[in-house]
Design a binder for this molecule. Structure first.
Ligand code: WTA
Length: 652
């Protein structure tokens, strides 16, 4: 079937889905309407999906008004996230598998039951306590995808410490900034990580990062993963397995206020250093649990796999907190999609009989390039539902995912959300929503999207503009760590009274939402957010570079690639060697995900007479659309544009 207006394909809800799913079309409409007409009544009911130590009596208390941005949910209730993710399941699920861990090496995997998880988390919590960690303290977690990452995060939650997980691919410098940003005295890492058969020097990165912070870290807890040799700082470093022998395996959960922070996660924005996004305890968990249940239509006994890394928000909400709050079996994967071969994802699905599979468009596009054979040689009979997250999925990749991976029988939930939103905001529900490839479709319960023009005027009907959300939802971030003014400035000052997402969006005649990508200076590289300003400041820190401007450009696999225009210091000559050196420089400075794909040496950058770089022009050149550069008459020196167009770098 096709959509009458634009000719795009439309996929109906399969009949068995509308029967078995938690939410069918009628239920979606009824619940969505109620979530808007009686939000506190609606969320009071949903708030009961988690257990409370002291029940809440107030539901929401939120203001998006300038000067008074305040977001509170269930504020007088008390609870504990680890207690909800573990203890309350024990009477029924002690022997049920909580986490299936699949190692980088296909011969390595293990299953952790809820009873085992309870012991591991309590033990880790006691180790943290023994190292002086108290309620409200921050702990930085720099671990690979091993079960200890889950134990560490839940251990923090259990004793009321705030975790800040830093993706294992970040450099010592990036890690140092994040340790300093939240003032962690305790850092958790591993000797080495293992990805695609290659070792990642986590401990040595952590050593270097801690040195850069001026040795403010008192304890570095090291999990042994590979057994590789590592340097040791005797007064500070401890082996996790030695510490566990000294503590008990029980630990009472701390009673936390609903609004106490659960975690900080650093994320890139259009300006400045990455921000520490702060998420709460009660509202976050309610929202993660609810979205996990309804969006993935999770039922008891399902095997659920989200391929994200716990270093990103997707790993927090949809590997750990959402699934475990729901008593689910969640799969955690240490490796990469193409190791040992391109069938790995599908082999893992067969090995563990995965029913629900959630991954990123960049992985789908990369796997699609190696054709159907690596998929087709596996069964995938267990698969029921597919999901996508992190960036817009192009219809071609969507169709391939649907037809080849899901054999036309598995709906795809294209879930739009952000680190800041804590959970999924715009998404199909598999038993309710007709699908259009490339559209994130409809708002989740309680979510009110609004499309505005550049001046903030609300646009109605079928339209395109900038995406705002006008009402709070329980999973919303509460503040920027240590900088509430920046929270207001970043998200609520562009369009007063509204949360601005930074994304462009189109709404079609059926009211379906199509996210068109970032409209700010954030690039989405393989589903990872990079601030152009971060890459620029890394480049200009190189002695040969005088000026740099970074933009995104369309990339077949990564979605967007990083294109850097670099002006050299006088006396410096452009060369291939320097190009390579600059790429390696950024890689070392920020991490591999920030490596520029293309560097163009530019004698001059297009600037207005007041000296502002005109990124719009740089973007068009990088996108190879020189005919749509628009008005260049306001440039101080229009001739620089001709040079830039002539010397454009090609990604083919
Ligand atoms: C983009 C990841 C289109 C978007 C959960 C957003 C998407 C940014 C989708 C947040 C999607 C995420 N369709 N775009 N389904 N999901 N995005 O904070 O630009 O790492 O603003 O959170 O990713 O990235 P973040």
């Amino acid at each position: 079937m096709t959509d009458g207006n634009s000719g795009v394909s439309v996929y109906d809800v399969p009949a068995e889905w509308s029967k078995r799913a938690w939410i069918d079309d009628a239920k979606y409409r009824e619940m969505y309407a109620r979530s808007l007409s009686d939000p506190d009544g609606f969320w009071a009911e949903q708030g009961k999906r988690i257990d409370w130590m002291k029940p809440f009596s107030k539901v929401s208390n939120c203001s998006f008004e300038p000067g008074n941005i305040s977001i509170k949910w269930f504020e007088d209730g008390t609870t504990n996230v680890a207690w909800n993710c573990i203890d309350r399941h024990l009477p029924k699920r002690a022997n049920q598998v909580a986490i299936i861990w699949e190692g980088d090496d296909p011969n390595e995997s293990k299953e952790i039951t809820y009873a085992e998880l309870a012991r591991e988390v309590a033990t880790f919590a006691n180790v943290l306590k023994a190292h002086g960690v108290k309620k409200g303290d921050t702990v930085t977690v720099y671990l690979p995808m091993i079960p200890e990452a889950a134990y560490a995060m839940l251990a923090c939650a259990r004793i009321g410490a705030i975790h800040s997980v830093v993706f294992g691919g970040f450099s010592p410098d990036s890690l140092a900034g994040r340790i300093e940003g939240c003032g962690s005295k305790v850092v958790i890492t591993a000797d080495e990580g293992l990805r695609g058969g290659r070792k990642v020097a986590l401990k040595s990165n952590a050593d270097e990062a801690i040195r850069k912070t001026g040795d403010t870290v008192k304890s570095l807890i090291v999990v042994k993963r590979t057994g590789g040799s590592v340097a040791w700082n005797a007064g500070r470093d401890v082996w996790y397995h030695e510490e566990t022998a000294k503590v008990s395996a029980t630990c009472l959960p701390a009673e936390m206020k609903a609004e106490d922070p659960l975690f900080i996660l650093y994320t890139s924005g259009s300006t400045g250093a990455p921000k520490g996004v702060v998420h709460s305890t009660g509202g976050y968990l309610v929202f993660a649990s609810m979205t996990h249940q309804y969006v993935f239509d999770y039922h008891d006994g399902d095997i659920y796999w989200c391929t994200a890394d716990v270093g990103w928000v997707t790993g927090h909400s949809y590997i750990l907190y959402g699934p475990l709050a729901n008593g689910a079996t969640t799969l955690m994967f240490e490796g990469v999609p193409n190791y040992p071969d391109n069938s790995r994802f599908w082999s893992v699905i067969d090995k563990h009989k995965v029913n629900i599979f959630y991954t990123a468009p960049t992985a789908i596009r990369a796997l699609m390039q190696s054709g159907d054979a690596p998929v087709k040689k596996t069964s995938r009979a267990s698969l029921r539902l597919l999901g996508s997250v992190g960036e817009p999925i192009n219809p071609e990749a969507w169709e391939w995912y649907h037809r080849v991976v899901g054999e036309d029988r598995c709906p795809i939930v294209d879930t739009w959300w952000q680190t800041e939103t804590g959970g999924i905001l715009i998404t199909p529900l598999p038993g309710a929503t007709k699908l259009k490839p490339g559209s994130a479709t409809q708002p989740f319960f309680g979510v009110v999207p609004e499309i505005v023009d550049a001046e903030g005027k609300m646009l109605e009907g079928a339209t395109e503009g900038n995406l705002c959300i006008t009402k709070s939802w329980p999973g919303q971030m509460r503040t920027v760590y240590g900088d509430h003014a920046r929270f207001e400035q970043t998200y609520f000052s562009t369009y007063k009274g509204k949360y601005f997402t930074g994304d462009g969006c189109r709404r079609d005649a059926d009211g379906y939402y199509w996210i068109t990508g970032r409209v700010d200076d954030v690039i989405n590289v393989s589903g990872h957010r990079m601030g152009t300003a971060e890459v620029e400041s890394s480049l200009v820190a190189h002695p040969a570079v005088s000026e740099a401007a970074v933009v995104g450009y369309p990339h077949d696999i990564k979605g967007q690639g990083i294109y850097a225009y670099v002006t050299l210091m006088q006396g410096q000559e452009p060369s291939e060697a320097l190009r390579k050196e600059l790429i390696a420089w950024v890689r070392k400075d920020i991490g591999p995900i920030a490596s520029p794909d293309l560097i163009q040496f530019a004698p001059g950058l297009p600037k207005t007479r007041s000296g502002k770089i005109m990124r719009r022009i740089l973007r068009k050149i990088a996108e190879d659309e020189p005919s749509s550069l628009g008005d260049t008459s306001t440039l101080a020196d229009p001739a620089v544009v001709d040079d830039l167009v002539r010397n454009r770098q090609n990604n083919k």
